[in-house]
Ligand binder design. Structure first.
Ligand SMILES: [Fe+2]
Length: 417
């Protein structure tokens, strides 16, 4: 039997006795009931973008990531573009709402937050897990009070019909879906008609040509981790809920004290290689916003959540270890992408001596998501360094304040107009 508690805990962030007690109980139960065994890798990620944005976003992803445009699934109110690297890494499903103003639960989750409301359709939705026995997984999860959309709701949401989809988490607002697929079978999404959209394909091909010319296709690797931001009081429950829904284990938590934040990492128990099933990271402030005036520290993580709602903050991609003309690969990648007009929030931070270098891009104007690049040197097996995370968190916070000011001034203009 798999033991989800086999890995020693990393990190310096203390958890409550309640967390320590239920971490053990939940994982023991999950292993014993066979859920850990049945729930396998993350097979796809889903997100939505604003009407009219998906061609530009697919082109942006084609330049900045290893993803290829495969096909578009056309349904009544959506186009769902399937992006793929290969069958060893998760697909990316980019959904565009074809009808402006169309409402659903995902839009509603954006609308109550001051910046999130400005792009009400732009949202990372969640992960699809491959499972070995869909019926059994769903029955067991229902018995653990996990709530699923019913088939009629899935049809109305125009999500693939061959999955069981858990309703958005109260803590992360993300969904998890399960589908059964023998490992040797290709991924096929039961949704609408398969077409190739000319504008999407054109933008994709142009971006890939540039990516290859610059040699970026050999340097940018699949997704390393996905980082979700949650309210400070939801840190422990968000982690434990995700362990309940997945076959991930708790890797550990690091305190980023000077940014009033912590980074909490979970990883797949089955696949140590992140490219097969990315690590899932939860970031939360150490204190709720209303004591900031007493604590006297910046609070970029809590500010982000108050502005956008709990949601995915960034997708991190690995950059191959090595160098080009004396430049670390990550520096070369960033230089080349900057020259194509894409902004980054800061300069590349970290060093060979520290084991890794990292950087955040500006948030995509299409999806609001940030891309992180991370290059690990030699045999560095750490996940991150605290200094890097503090600098990244700070840089994202500065950008955050600018966006809030911008959103407030736009709202003020709208009222006075
Ligand atoms: Fe990250």
């Amino acid at each position: 039997m798999i033991n989800s508690l086999i890995h020693p805990k990393q990190g310096d962030k203390a958890n409550s006795p309640w967390f320590d007690e239920f971490l053990v109980k939940l994982l023991e139960n999950r292993d014993r009931t066979g859920l850990t065994e049945m729930i396998r890798e993350i097979d796809a990620l889903m997100l939505t973008v604003e009407p009219g944005c998906s061609a530009a976003y697919v082109s942006e992803l084609a330049l900045m990531t290893p993803y290829h445009y495969l096909v578009t699934l056309e349904s009544e109110s959506h186009w769902t573009h399937v992006l793929r690297i290969d069958m060893n890494s998760p697909d990316l499903l980019v959904r565009e709402v074809r009808v402006p103003g169309r409402g659903d639960i995902f839009r509603s989750l954006n609308e109550v937050y001051p910046i999130g409301a400005h792009k009400p359709n732009s949202r990372y939705m969640g992960e699809i897990f491959r499972v070995s026995n869909l019926h059994e997984v769903v029955e067991q999860q229902k018995a653990r009070e996990i709530r699923f959309f019913n088939q009629d709701q899935i049809r109305k949401l125009e999500l693939p019909g061959n999955m069981a989809i858990v309703k958005p988490s109260p803590y992360t607002h993300n969904i998890v879906a399960y589908w059964e697929r023998p490992p040797e079978d290709i991924r096929v999404y039961a949704l609408g008609n398969s077409i190739i959209l000319d504008d999407v394909n054109r933008g994709y091909l142009q971006a890939k040509e540039i990516q290859e010319e610059l040699g970026l296709d050999k340097l940018i690797r699949p997704i390393d981790h996905l980082a979700t931001r949650v309210y400070s009081q939801n840190r422990e429950v968000a982690i434990l809920e995700y362990l309940t829904l997945s076959s991930y284990y708790y890797w550990g938590s690091y305190d980023i004290a000077n940014q009033n934040s912590s980074t909490n990492v979970t990883k797949s128990i089955h696949y140590p290689e992140e490219r097969i099933s990315p690590a899932k990271v939860f970031t939360a402030a150490n204190h709720p916003y209303f004591v900031n005036h007493l604590v006297g520290l910046p609070s970029p993580t809590e500010s982000f959540v108050r502005n956008y709602g709990p949601r995915l903050h960034h997708v991190a991609l690995e950059v191959a270890d090595g160098e080009i003309n004396g430049l670390a690969n990550i520096d070369y990648v960033v230089q080349a992408i900057r020259a194509r007009g894409k902004d980054f929030l800061l300069d590349v931070i970290g060093s060979r001596e520290e084991g890794l270098k990292q950087i955040f891009s500006s948030a995509s104007e299409h999806s609001s998501l940030i891309v992180e690049y991370v290059q690990r040197f030699g045999n560095f097996d750490g996940f991150f360094t605290k200094q890097n995370v503090a600098e990244l968190t700070h840089a994202a916070g500065v950008e955050e304040n600018l966006r809030l000011l911008q959103a407030e001034s736009e709202a003020a203009n709208a009222v006075s107009a």
